[in-house]
Design a protein around this ligand. Sequence first.
Ligand code: 5GP
Ligand code: ZN
Length: 115
Amino acid sequence: MSIDCLFCKIIAGEIPAKMFYEDDLLIAFADIDPQAPHHFLIVPRKHICTALDLTPEDNELIGHVYQVAGKIARDLGIDEDGFRVVNNCNEAGGQTVWHIHFHFLAGRNLTWPPG
Ligand code: 5GP
Ligand code: ZN
């Protein structure tokens, strides 16, 4: 845990969040400022600042992120419609919270390219 990290505090239960899924490796909760009808943040429990800080020992963890994204989509019944999983890395990539996370977005027709 990183003392000043917002998502570490959510993982520790010190800051409330609308939890959707939890397991040993990660949690998924509703984004406070949803950009789609379904907008969850899939957040590894391990404090990793950005995608650039991933190491080979995290490969299984990142694979698991996509397994859980698929489970969320199936549980919501929107797997056939489609969804988006996105990681923002560093400032120009749109990252604002420095604990790696993956946005799960669904429930509307998502345009491309993103803004
Ligand atoms: P980023 O910009 O780093 O890719 O994504 C950070 C996300 O965290 C944003 O979509 C933002 O709305 C969300 N967020 C920021 N603070 C909180 C919070 O206190 N609770 C929840 N649930 N989401 C938050
Ligand atoms: Zn953290």
